[in-house]
Design a protein around this ligand. Structure first.
Ligand code: PLP
Length: 428
């Protein structure tokens, strides 16, 4: 029966996977709404939106239709010296929903490249102006992608250690908490004024890969203001938080002060196709306008602004224009508040964090990393056996559901988490 898994094991090298010890992957044959179906006919609730990318459910008919129409018209064309309708329309529509200071759209093809583009824009912005500013400030625990620039500005970990000699130095700041607020703002101001800083980059409100760590919009607002007062470029990495995850279209919609540069990907195409976007203010854009060729932004990818991917993004934006999508997002936000209350009572829960449609349950453990691994090896198969795809980050279980998920499926997931927490008590 498990034919695909077997063929896979002979030819495929999977991401983030120790191939020597990994279990056979589950072969998914099709998706529909919040569900995925494997080759043996098992049905799973996709509670993590397939690595946080899916927004409106799998195989969405409206996105499928728009993509099919585009495929029959133009699948791809070089984007230097040429343009096409889906790229222009998508740029127009994104600039309408992004903060008003955003004026230019630069395309790439995933989240890491959207971040690389932002970093290169920031460094070259200063270089074009003839001003020496070459440092990046980022948060502890940050995750901005897996390419070298993105790794450099992310938290150093076992994921980046083989490459540490090749990563550039970055100034790190702690993420805001209620306890460190005053001290943090003081240290941050001092740092910003002292060093030659090109840009400050952050994942607004939620640090996804760090384990869904959350922090207050208010303090971030103050930090952005400090950067603005010191004319330092501000980059919002909304690759994960964009497109409704925090309850608003962008996490930056919770802020008064807006970034100069935005990075988007993941939910951009509704989770259908790879596409990256980096947007910039007029000021950033103008720093590259010159009769001097050296000031050109020399960056591009073969599949920059792929028309099919842009069409998928346009179709996804159509669905965001529907009232029912926002009703659903609101419903999920409310349902997760309920779940948070229900699960908080478990003695096994160390902390529960909630922002919009993102819920994270941190499980109380001892300190040993071995236990972390054991826990993960228990949690993932436990939920799979219940027909739920949850992929814990260490001792953290999190939900990032597609917006079409039903309340009864959320109730079912809540019950499964409850019973999982009870079993953990027994195991001790
Ligand atoms: C996932 C992620 C990235 C990297 O995106 P990829 O498409 O996986 O390269 C960058 N920044 C944040 C905040 C992310 O969550």
């Amino acid at each position: 029966m498990k034919d695909l898994s077997l063929r896979d094991s002979k030819v495929i090298w999977h991401p983030y996977t120790q191939m020597k010890t990994a279990k056979d992957p589950i072969a998914i044959q099709r998706g529909e709404g919040a569900y995925l179906f494997d080759e043996n006919g098992n049905k799973y609730i996709d509670a993590i939106s397939s690595w946080w990318v899916n927004t409106h459910g799998h195989a969405h008919p409206h996105i499928a239709e728009k993509v099919a129409v585009q495929l029959n018209k133009l699948e791809h064309v070089i984007f230097a010296g040429f343009t096409h309708e889906p790229a222009v329309e998508l740029a127009e529509r994104l600039l309408k929903i992004l903060p008003q200071n955003q004026k230019r759209v630069f395309y790439s093809d995933n989240g890491s490249t959207a971040v690389e583009v932002a970093l290169k824009m920031a460094f070259q912005y200063w270089s074009n102006k003839g001003i020496k500013r070459n440092k990046i400030v980022s948060f502890n625990n940050a995750y901005h992608g897996d390419t070298f620039g993105a790794m450099s500005i992310s938290e150093r970990s076992i994921f980046t250690s083989p490459f540490s000699n090749y990563l550039f130095d970055v100034l790190k700041v702690e993420i805001p908490t209620q306890e460190n607020e005053l001290e943090l703002i003081g240290n941050f101001s001092e740092l910003i004024e002292r060093e030659d800083i090109a840009a400050f980059i952050f994942e607004p409100l939620v640090q996804g890969a760090a384990g869904m760590l959350m922090y207050s919009a208010d303090i971030l607002d103050q930090m952005i203001k400090i950067c603005r007062d010191n004319e330092i470029l501000i980059i919002a990495d909304e690759v994960f938080t964009g497109f409704g995850r925090t309850g608003k279209m962008f996490a930056s919609d919770h802020l008064r002060n807006k970034a100069d540069i935005f990075c988007l990907s993941k939910g951009l195409t509704g989770g259908t196709m790879p596409l990256g976007v980096t947007t910039a203010t007029e000021d950033v854009y103008e720093a590259f306008l010159s009769d001097d060729t050296n000031k050109t932004f020399f960056h591009g990818h073969s599949f920059t602004a792929n028309p099919v991917a842009c069409s998928a993004a346009l179709a996804s934006l159509d669905i965001f224009d529907r009232v029912e999508t926002w009703d659903n997002i609101k419903r999920i936000c409310e349902k997760l508040i309920e779940m948070k209350e229900v699960l908080s009572s478990s003695p096994r829960v160390k902390e529960i964090r909630l922002t919009g449609t993102i819920l994270a349950i941190e499980i109380q453990t001892g300190d040993e990393t071995s236990y972390f691994n054991e826990l993960r090896n228990f949690l993932f198969p436990f939920f799979i056996s219940k027909g739920i795809i949850l992929r814990p980050l260490g001792n953290i279980i999190y939900l990032v559901p597609p917006y079409c998920i039903s309340n009864s499926d959320l109730d079912y997931i809540c019950d499964a988490i409850k019973s999982c927490l009870t079993q953990l008590d027994f195991n001790e």
